[in-house]
Design a protein around this ligand. Structure first.
Ligand code: OXD
Ligand code: MN
Length: 606
């Protein structure tokens, strides 16, 4: 089959010559082949079949205990000049990196099978779409790629005779964390990942290609590759508004993209198009258009439940893979957030050890995952596979911040919106190895995923805005404010529709807002939340603007921007200065001319 493309077959031959596998197997993506891969994975102990009645067609995988999350310290951008990778990426000179990787991986696949996995990122026949070919010695990776991408013949058909594909070299090697490297060579469209089998390090179509390499390609070609979910919001009249939103890893993109509105908002419907990655282009009409390059979900299991995300629970009801979750004696999976079993006899934790619920220890790994095909999502947008994508009217930048950042606010302009994205910071989660709960700067939720200097990336955002006839409105959201007792003030999940509705109404010119130094805010009334149990103090927390704290935050932001030196766009530095000036103004108008009166000032704001 595939060997018809000489550029691909020549490259595969070279890689096989270096890795020296016993067998090379080209995958075509057929159902029959998928069944065989699953059977082989069960035979070899990589997958454990789950209860066929309760989890039809589904399997459990347990990873090496030291290979459970992305390892950012082992992730490198290997551009010819250090400046092109920028101060926020680990960098290695390309020659040095290739030499080191080749030294570590000569003959690494001896005794193993090398799977050749051609895959298409983006819909078939779409001008957005791009091809990758991953070689891997991991059956788990090959099976995941079948769920996460359009894999096999479809990719080679898209490629035709062209040599324009992203090369992905992956080997589990020995899984030695000391010799783990995930290296990107954007100028060569090459990814080289060894000694890890974890999704974000090993499913090379995802973070490595669709974000790091694609962001570089997007800059060269005039488009954006973003860490964003995609959703359509249908109002009671049937009008659908499309929204793209960036939130850092494990901060709720998936739950938001599959939001189930509560009864009071029953006239609203959410259509999911993606939960992690969006590729965005300026269309001939001057609007921003987006596709999701993926075809599956690789979501965080803990916290996912019928209460938090009923649509995802339906999506993963069958034909899914579960990684590092706990297992019941009846072959059912369990993780924190699901109802505890009545009796834990016979249950094992994510490593297969017996457990006792009363001990209070985590039984599923905090970054345990599920993989499922998007086609199983009950609220999948009919346009998820549209080659033209969907037009985007609003962009959200979300963070996990217990203090300072209000529930929602709108930027004053595209440039100010780019500043809001560039100034995103969030508390860390278990999606990457390291301490959780520490606030770190994560511009556009892309800190670990931008394949080039982030100062150039900010400039690219500003430049792209100039090409938009009608730029989407840009919003910040934060569901994670806490009260004096550390309890979340906002209920989140399905109730987020109140914020989403306000955003949609703003986009359509139908909702009032209050102008504050940081941007446009809703009043509690606009959020139609009087039935929620939120006190006056709670609203002050959610919608207040603590000016001295914001001045300090803006100053710290300016210090962060200093790291980029002369490359930092002057426009964003000016946005920061303007923000401080607005915050320091003795008094500022509490509503903009032309805004409906009585919009209300959030008490405590300012
Ligand atoms: C992911 C991540 O897996 O962001 O999507 O880590
Ligand atoms: Mn992600």
């Amino acid at each position: 089959m595939a060997k018809g493309n000489t550029a691909v077959s020549q490259w595969v031959g070279e890689v096989a010559g270096h890795f020296k596998p016993d067998r090379v197997v080209w995958l075509n993506g057929s159902d029959e082949e998928y069944r065989q891969l699953l059977a082989e994975a069960v035979r070899s102990g990589h997958l454990l079949p789950l209860n066929p009645e309760k989890h039809p067609g589904s399997y459990l995988h347990r990873s090496h205990p030291k290979d459970v999350a992305r390892t950012e310290q082992c992730t490198f951008i290997c551009t010819p000049s250090h400046g092109d990778a920028g101060p926020t990426n680990n960098w290695m000179a390309p020659d040095e990196a290739y030499a080191m990787l080749n030294r570590l991986s000569g003959g690494i696949m001896r005794g193993r099978t090398m799977y050749v996995v051609p895959y298409l990122m983006g819909p078939k026949g779409s001008p957005f779409s791009k091809v990758g070919v991953e070689v891997t010695d991991s059956l788990y990776v090959a099976i995941n790629m079948r769920l996460m991408t359009r894999m096999g013949e479809v990719a080679l058909e898209h490629l035709g005779g062209s040599g324009d594909f992203v090369k992905g070299l992956h080997s589990l090697g020995t899984l030695d964390p000391e010799k783990r490297y995930i290296c990107h060579f954007p100028q060569d469209k090459t990814i080289y990942s060894i000694n890890s089998g974890y999704g974000g390090n090993a499913l090379l179509g995802k973070k490595c290609f669709a974000l790091r390499i694609a962001s570089w390609q997007g800059r060269k070609e005039g488009w954006l590759a973003e860490h964003m979910f995609l959703m359509g919001v249908e109002d009671p009249k049937g009008k659908i508004t499309y929204i793209a939103g960036a939130l850092p890893s494990a901060c709720g993109k998936t739950n938001l993209a599959m939001l189930q509105p509560p009864v009071k908002f029953g006239g609203y419907r959410i259509w999911c198009l993606g939960d992690d990655i969006a590729w965005l282009r300026v269309g001939p009409d001057g609007q921003l258009w987006a596709v999701n390059p993926e075809a599956g979900f690789f979501g965080v299991a803990p916290g996912t439940s019928v209460k938090t995300n009923p649509n995802m629970m339906k999506t993963i009801a069958q034909n899914s893979l579960f990684t590092n979750v706990a297992l019941g004696p009846d072959g059912t999976v369990w993780w924190e957030g699901l109802d505890p079993p009545e009796n834990t006899r016979g249950y094992v934790d994510w490593q297969g050890e017996p457990w006792d619920l009363a001990s209070g220890e985590k039984r599923a790994h905090p970054n345990s995952r599920f993989t499922a095909p998007m086609s199983q999502c009950p609220i999948l947008s009919p346009r998820w596979d549209d080659p033209q994508g969907v037009p985007i009217s609003a962009i959200l930048f979300g963070c996990r911040r217990s203090v300072l950042v209000p529930l929602v606010y709108e930027s004053l302009s595209w440039e100010h919106g780019v500043y809001l994205g560039a100034a995103l910071s969030s508390e860390t989660t278990a999606a990457a190895v390291g301490t959780t709960g520490i606030v770190r700067r994560d511009p556009m939720a892309m800190l670990p995923f931008c394949g080039y200097n982030m100062a150039d990336y900010f400039q690219h955002w500003l430049d792209l805005g100039k090409r938009l006839a009608k730029p989407p409105k840009i919003f910040r959201v934060n569901w994670f404010r806490v009260d004096a007792n550390g309890r979340f003030v906002w209920p989140g999940f399905g109730e987020n529709i109140r914020v989403i509705k306000w955003i949609v109404d703003r986009v359509n010119g139908q909702a009032p807002a209050v102008k504050t130094p940081i941007g446009w805010l809703p009043s509690p009334r606009e959020l139609q939340a009087d039935d929620l149990d939120i006190s006056k103090e709670g609203w002050e927390t959610l919608l207040g603007v603590d000016k001295p704290a914001w001045v300090e935050a803006a100053q710290r932001q300016a210090e962060f921007f200093e790291r980029f030196g002369d490359r930092m766009p002057a426009k964003l530095l000016a946005e920061g200065r303007d923000l401080i000036a607005r915050l320091k103004e003795e008094s500022h108008p509490r509503g903009a001319p032309g805004q409906p009166s009585g919009a209300g000032t959030p008490s405590g704001a300012g």
